[in-house]
Design a protein around this ligand. Structure first.
Ligand code: PLP
Length: 391
């Protein structure tokens, strides 16, 4: 069965160029970059080269890049690293729609003496920046707001938010796991102190992440050990993955404009095609301020999991906006925070594209999905009740 992969916000295919760049670092150049000998020194040079490639994609200085194991570690390091640097400040601010890498840590911290403010979003998934500004006090150590949401693709105005947070004297962190490689980012113009991202969302392998730490930012290491990463993250460097991430960042930089236009066109074609072919369809999130590759769409009165299963039987991979908790399907915290009606939130599907998707694949989904929705609605008591009531 041919796979039509449209779940790139979950993870991406490792680019063939990335695999090729990594291979020599397993069994030919396997030295430890911290070693004094030439063999290790050669590897250290290549790690530095990869650091420059990553920095270049962010418009940052290579000295501001710290390699970690994943996006989750980077987010945790940002929050812990700041809170431990400001032991007298016991308040942090984040949003209701963050990834669990931030949200669950915030919940944990709230049980350990920290005051946590969770900012709400509106029906389109947008933040009220006045509310954000008003929440910051002298006690606030850090504000953490994601650059783009993984479920809806909604982008927050990070430049503006960073200005507000900095003007009030708190540290600003952004979880940019879904943004890096998809939209242009320039740290030189954006007063963000800390930024997290993850390799496997931009065609590098799983198990490598980055924490950007702006020069001069107070930071206490989260992983304490050797002197690697200038003492900011202990542990022998994951050399092959670092090399792969450098290559992936270089590819992303080369393709960001041209490919994103193409990916955006594919996403828009899918969106308009679904809206035109299926009744009672809602698009979730601010359509104007969205990642170019993401489409969160709700098919009212059907269950997302059933749609996913039937799509999966045809080789089409997407994901749903609900999570199975204690045996019942709960709409995701993101859709709940946005107030998406129950009947729509349950039937929500996320399609997330990449540069590897084609027009032909969009046509396949547009052909296969409408009959699936009709079939599921035929057996949906909610849909039938609604149709009977409508007369
Ligand atoms: N933050 C966001 C917005 C994400 O989408 C993800 C992964 O889906 C993460 C953090 C966690 O990244 P990782 O899987 O590398 O730990």
């Amino acid at each position: 069965m041919k796979v039509v992969y449209m779940d790139n916000n979950a993870t991406t295919r490792t680019a063939p160029e990335v695999v090729e760049a990594m291979l020599p670092y397993f069994s030919t150049y396997y030295g430890n970059p911290s070693s004094m000998h030439y063999f290790g020194g050669q590897v250290a040079k290549q790690v530095q080269e990869a650091r420059s490639q990553v920095a270049s994609l962010l418009g940052a200085d290579p000295s501001e890049i710290v390699f970690t194991s994943c996006g989750t570690e980077s987010d945790n390091a940002a929050l812990w690293g700041t809170l431990n640097s400001y032991p007298d400040k016991k308040h942090l601010i984040t949003t209701r729609v963050e990834h669990p890498a931030v949200l669950n840590l915030a919940a944990y911290l709230s049980k350990r003496g920290y005051r946590v403010t969770l900012l709400p979003v509106d029906r389109e998934g947008r933040l009220d920046l006045n509310q954000l500004a008003a929440a910051i006090t002298d006690e606030t150590a850090i504000v953490s707001v994601m650059w783009a949401n993984n479920e809806t693709g909604v982008r927050f105005p990070i430049e503006e938010i960073a200005e507000i947070v900095k003007s009030r004297g708190a540290v600003f962190h952004t979880d940019a796991v879904q943004a890096v490689g998809k939209i242009p980012i320039a740290m030189s113009r954006t007063p963000v102190d800390l930024l997290a991202f993850s390799g496997h969302k931009l065609h590098a392998p799983k198990g490598i992440g980055v924490l950007y730490i702006r020069r001069g930012t107070r930071f206490t290491p989260f992983v304490i050990g050797g002197h690697q990463e200038k003492g900011r993250r202990g542990g022998t460097e994951n050399v092959p993955y670092i090399i792969g991430l450098g290559q992936a960042c270089q590819l992303a930089q080369a393709h960001i404009n041209e490919e994103n236009q193409r990916v955006r066109n594919l996403r828009d074609r899918l969106e308009l095609g679904l809206l035109g072919r299926i009744p009672n369809v809602l698009i979730n999130g601010d359509r104007e301020h969205r990642l170019p590759n993401t489409l969160s769409v709700s098919f009212e009165y059907v269950e997302g999991e059933s749609i996913l299963m039937l799509l999966s039987n045809l080789g089409i991979c997407a994901s749903s906006g609900s999570a199975c908790t204690s045996g019942s399907l709960e709409p995701s915290h993101v859709l709940r925070a946005m107030g998406v009606p129950f009947t729509a939130a349950h039937g929500s599907i996320r399609f997330s594209l990449s540069v590897y998707n084609s027009e032909e694949e969009i046509e396949t989904v547009l052909k296969e999905l409408p009959p699936i929705i009709s079939r599921l609605r035929e057996i949906s008591p909610f849909w039938n009740k609604r149709t009977a009531e409508a007369g």
